[in-house]
Design a binder for this molecule. Structure first.
Ligand code: AMP
Length: 408
C-alpha cells in the first residue's frame, strides 16, 4: 500500500515524502480512509505506531478541502494529556501541513497565557491543547469552540490516568453536537469504553499490535547492585559500553535532578526532565537529547509519557517503577521501528518485590547479570532487615500505621 492510494492532496503527499515515509503504517492504513470518510474512530494504538500521522493527515485533508467560517474559528481540536505530547503533535501538524494554508497552535499550561490569547484572537483552524489550560481560556472567554468539526482525544487512557475525565467532559459539552470524533488510546479499560460510548457515534474500531512487545525486539537485563553504588555502575556501563543515547528513569523528580547532576560530575552530559521543570527547559532538554548534545536524559514516568523519541538504543531503569505496567511502557521506548534496543535495570535489595511483580506481569523471568566489582553486599540485606525489625519492635504502632501497612 502507498500513501497515494488515499486520495490525499499533492501538497500533503509532498510533505509526507519529505519526511521520508514510503508506506503507511498499519494504523495509518486503517485510520486515514475512515477519517476521510467522515467516520468516528476508536483506535487502540500506542506511541510508535505512527498514530499521530494517522489522524493528522486525514484531518488536514478534510480541513484544507472544505470551507470554514469567515473569521477562522477553530475547526479541529486535538486534546492530549501532556505538554510534551502537545508540542509533538503540534510539530506533526506543522510538518504535514506545511504546504497548506491552515493555522494551528498549541495551548498548554506552564507558559504565558497572553501570547496564546493573541493567537486565538487572530484566528486558528487547529488547536492542540492540554485540558487544563484550554479550560482556563474557556473561563476567560478567550476561546470559541462552537465551530469545532473534528475532535481528537489522543492518549485518552493517559488523560484518564491523570485525572482529566471531568475536564474532558466539560470540553465536549462546549462543542457542537454535530462533529467527527476520534479517540486514540493504548489501552481499553472500562472507563475508556464508557467514555468512548458516551460520545463516539458508530465508530470504526481499529486495533493495531503494539509496535513491539517487551519480549521481542528489546533485550532485557537486570544488574543486581546495592542502592548506593547504582550511580557508579551506571556511569561505568555508559562509558564502557559507549552508549550514546540513554533514557534513564528514576522514580522521583528529586532523584532525577540528583542523578543528572552526578552524571555530569562523572563527565557525562545529562539533563533531567520532570513535572517541576518549565516547559522551555523540558523542550530544550528533549531537543538537545535528540540532537545528541545531551547523552543521558533522566526522566520520571509522567514526564516521559508520549515523548517522541524513536529508535532509542538504551533505556535504563535506575529505579524500578512502582507500577509494573510502567516497566513495559518504559522499555517500549527502545527497540522501535525494527531496530533492537536494550533495557537495563539496576535493581537493589529493596526492589526485589517490585521486580517479582514485573516478572509476573511479563510472565517471564528477566535475565540477571552481576557486574564484577558490583556484587551486592550480602550483609546489607541482613542489616537492613535487622534494622527494620529493631525499629518495628521499638516503636509501638499506632492503629493508623497498622492499617496503612495492611493496605500496601
Ligand atoms: P507516533 O506513533 O505517531 O508517535 O509516530 C512514531 C514515529 O513514527 C514518529 O517519529 C513518526 O515520524 C514516524 N512515522 C509515522 N508514520 C510513518 C511512516 N509511514 N513511515 C515511517 N515513519 C513514520
Amino acid at each position: 500500500m502507498s500513501f497515494n492510494s488515499f486520495g490525499l492532496s499533492a501538497k500533503i503527499l509532498r510533505a509526507i515524502a519529505e519526511q521520508g515515509y514510503t508506506e503507511p503504517t498499519p494504523i495509518q492504513s486503517e485510520a486515514i480512509p475512515a477519517v476521510l470518510n467522515g467516520l468516528d474512530v476508536l483506535a487502540g494504538a500506542q506511541t510508535g505506531t505512527g498514530k499521530t500521522a494517522g489522524f493528522t493527515l486525514p484531518l488536514l485533508q478534510l480541513l484544507s478541502t472544505s470551507v470554514g467560517s469567515k473569521n477562522r474559528q477553530i475547526r479541529a481540536l486535538i486534546l492530549v494529556p501532556t505538554r510534551e505530547l502537545a508540542a509533538q503533535v503540534a510539530e506533526s501538524v506543522e510538518i504535514y501541513g506545511r504546504y497548506l494554508h491552515l493555522k494551528s497552535t498549541v495551548i498548554l499550561g506552564g507558559v504565558g497565557i497572553k501570547p496564546q490569547i493573541d493567537k486565538l484572537r487572530r484566528g486558528l483552524d487547529i488547536v492542540i491543547a492540554t485540558p487544563g489550560r484550554l479550560l482556563d481560556h474557556v473561563s476567560q472567554r478567550t476561546i470559541n469552540l462552537s465551530k469545532v468539526e473534528i475532535l481528537v482525544l489522543d492518549e485518552a487512557d493517559r488523560m484518564l490516568d491523570m485525572g482529566f475525565i471531568r475536564d474532558i467532559r466539560k470540553i465536549i459539552a462546549l462543542l457542537p453536537a454535530k462533529r467527527q470524533n476520534l479517540l486514540f488510546s493504548a489501552t481499553f479499560s472500562n472507563e475508556i469504553k464508557k467514555l468512548a460510548n458516551s460520545f463516539l457515534h458508530a465508530p470504526k474500531t481499529i486495533q493495531v499490535a503494539r509496535p513491539n512487545t517487551a519480549t521481542e525486539l528489546v533485550s532485557q537485563v537486570i544488574h543486581p547492585v546495592d542502592s548506593k553504588r547504582k550511580r557508579e555502575l551506571l556511569s561505568l556501563l555508559i562509558k564502557s559500553g559507549k552508549w550514546e543515547q540513554v533514557l534513564d528513569f528514576t522514580r522521583t523528580k528529586h532523584g532525577a535532578n540528583r542523578l543528572s547532576k552526578q552524571l555530569e560530575q562523572d563527565g557525562i552530559r545529562s539533563s533531567a526532565i520532570h513535572g517541576n521543570k518549565s516547559q522551555g527547559a523540558r523542550t530544550r532538554a528533549l531537543d538537545e537529547f535528540k540532537r545528541g548534545i545531551v547523552r543521558v536524559l533522566v526522566a520520571t514516568d509522567i514526564a516521559a509519557r508520549g515523548l517522541d523519541i524513536t529508535q532509542l538504543p538504551h533505556v535504563v531503569n535506575f529505579d524500578l517503577p512502582n507500577v509494573p505496567e510502567d516497566y513495559v511502557h518504559r522499555i517500549g521506548r527502545t527497540g522501535r521501528a525494527g531496530s533492537e534496543g536494550a533495557a537495563v535495570s539496576l535493581v537493589c535489595i529493596d526492589e526485589h518485590k517490585l521486580l517479582r511483580d514485573i516478572e509476573k506481569l511479563l510472565k517471564a523471568e528477566i535475565p540477571k547479570k552481576v557486574i564484577p566489582g558490583f556484587e551486592p553486599d550480602p550483609s546489607i540485606k541482613a542489616q537492613d532487615l535487622k534494622l527494620k525489625r529493631q525499629q518495628q519492635s521499638r516503636r509501638p504502632q499506632r492503629p493508623q500505621q497498622q492499617q496503612r501497612r495492611r493496605r500496601r
